[in-house]
Design a protein around this ligand. Sequence first.
Ligand code: SIN
Ligand code: NI
Length: 260
Amino acid sequence: MEVLLPQSKIDFYQENGFVEIENALTEEEMNELSEFLEEAMSQESNHSVATSVKGESYYKVLNQKVNLWRDHGGMSRYTFHPKLAKMAMKLSGASGIRLFHDHGLWKMPQDSKPTAWHQDFPYWPMTAPGALSVWIPMHDVDEHNGCMMFVPGSHKVGTLRGINLADPQDLYDQIKGTELEKTKPVKVPLKRGSCTFHHGLTFHFAHANQSDEPRRVLAIIYMPDGTIYSGKSHLVTDHVGLEGGKPFGGGLFPLVAKQT
Ligand code: SIN
Ligand code: NI
């Protein structure tokens, strides 16, 4: 763990709102995860939910399926992977970390659209920021097949209005005249086995996929233990018995790492 996540990586994340972790998963793990993800994305859903429909505009941005772990035992091994969960906990600075949800994020080839600049936190039903995502591609990614870009330090700007990714507004309209507007985004190509973590307020973007293959990514969202459910409507929290104003908990939002 110390090798994967030295203090310098934690400091980098806290300063910049994102960090790359090289060789986070082994070749063996990547082989297994790629197979599980393929199955989970193509099999019939029972508890997981596909949030885009082929032919519609959001599908051109992302072919997305949420809560894969609930239908695929193999996926749950990775969504709950202690190595990833522990890194999320250490980066966030929390004493314990809970799962919010996982999602397959495939950017399909042909007529592919970029994922517009946005923050994630405005979509989430939480009263305060702190949650973060790990983004794990199943293969090498660069600007040709949909790698990510981040704006260093943008997580310090606070919560802006959410962007409709299917018909995006320009996030930069909300920060006109600020220092942040002038900050150069960082492109993060990744090798298979490597991943990035990003804070829920960090500005991020992914290029369109100009390759002939889907860009296959598993993302997992974690939240510090004690995160309060705001009651705002969200796919994974609607009708599951949570009470607004109370901390997340229970079997759908389990603690996946805690400080020992
Ligand atoms: C993407 O995978 O294209 C976007 C991921 C994200 O918005 O976190
Ligand atoms: Ni995002």
